[in-house]
Ligand binder design. Structure first.
Ligand SMILES: Nc1nc2c(ncn2[C@@H]2O[C@H](COP(=O)(O)OP(=O)(O)OP(=O)(O)O)[C@@H](O)[C@H]2O)c(=O)[nH]1
Ligand SMILES: [Mg+2]
Length: 288
């Protein structure tokens, strides 16, 4: 049932995958074109890294309103929470898990909606932008894969309307939900900024995997990504697994031993162990 955004190995449909990958940024761009207000959902832990500066420029160019939604606040320590305040504007700090900040966001949307100039309403129909009869104010939700766009929509609508998935690239098409009589919310698939995305550049792949853009289940070389992670978050990983290591190879070795992730012959299963580390990281169990 599920299609995978990046993994061609898994399905074998390489062409299909490539075509899809090209399509998503276009969908996000169309959301910007047709919306009056854009919610950019960011992972509060990596809010700079999960920003899409290309789309933000487009939003500015088109003089649309933006609201930065710093989600997953439950995964941040108090000190970090303080640090991120006011770094982007206007912003709301939310947690879809703890259900905090949602009321503030709803109020902010309503307040900004009142300031939206009436322009000729447009909407996406069968992949094309058309003049719309619908006079509702459109609020488009954009953001990096896996930042919680669909979760947020569910909360805002108080209905379990939009599908949620724990794998990056879950939402495949555009979904709409009424926020009020006058306001409609539009979900979209997650996209990584063009400058940060690559299907071959290992450094880029490592980076966007660390920030949640690609699921730990789908990466080809989990050990390479653990190596990158280790460079920046050594202490956090050591603390979480209660091990000490000089190198990321040693780290994988020790955690594999500890978890008893062994192959035939008793050697540590490095792939499985590295994925476990990435899983814990992506789920926010390892806190930095
Ligand atoms: N800890 C935590 N996890 C969250 C929060 N919001 C969403 N998640 C989790 O993040 C994962 C992705 O959530 P989605 O709502 O599917 O994210 P999305 O941005 O729609 O993802 P795509 O459609 O793949 O781009 C799920 O496992 C959610 O449970 C939050 O506030 N805190
Ligand atoms: Mg989604």
């Amino acid at each position: 049932m599920k299609k995978y955004l990046f993994s061609s190995r898994r399905t074998g449909h390489i062409e299909n995958m490539t075509r899809q990958r090209v399509k998503y940024p276009e969908v996000a761009k169309r959301i910007v074109d047709t919306s009056d207000i854009i919610l950019e959902v960011l992972d509060a832990r990596f809010f700079n890294e999960t920003r899409n500066t290309e789309l933000e420029e487009e939003i500015q160019k088109q003089k649309k309103k933006i609201i930065y939604v710093l989600n997953k606040a439950d995964l941040l320590r108090e000190k970090k929470l303080k640090e991120i305040k006011g770094k982007v504007y206007p912003y709301v700090i939310v947690s879809c898990v703890k259900k905090t900040g949602v009321k503030d966001l709803r109020n902010l949307i309503k307040r900004i909606a009142k300031t939206v100039e009436k322009r000729e309403p447009r909407e996406i129909k069968k992949d094309k932008i058309v003049i719309s009869k619908n006079k509702k104010i459109k609020v488009g939700v954009i953001g990096y894969p896996n930042t919680g766009k669909s979760s947020l929509l569910n909360l805002l609508s108080r209905k379990a309307g939009a599908g949620i998935g724990s794998e990056a690239g879950f939402t495949k098409n555009v979904q709409k939900i009424n926020l009020s009589e006058e306001i409609v919310l539009i979900d979209s698939p997650g996209v990584i900024s063009e400058k940060d995305y690559s299907s071959s550049d290992r450094e880029k792949i490592s980076k966007f995997t660390i920030f949640g853009g690609k699921s730990y289940t789908q990466v080809k070389n989990p050990d390479e990504i653990v190596n990158e992670l280790f460079k920046n978050y050594k202490n956090a990983i050591e603390k979480f697994y209660k091990v000490e290591a000089e190198t990321s190879d040693e780290l994988i070795e020790k955690i594999g031993q500890k978890k008893n992730f062994l192959k035939k012959g008793g050697l540590v299963n490095e792939d499985k162990t590295a994925r476990e580390i990435l899983r814990a990281w992506q789920k926010g169990e390892i806190k930095n």
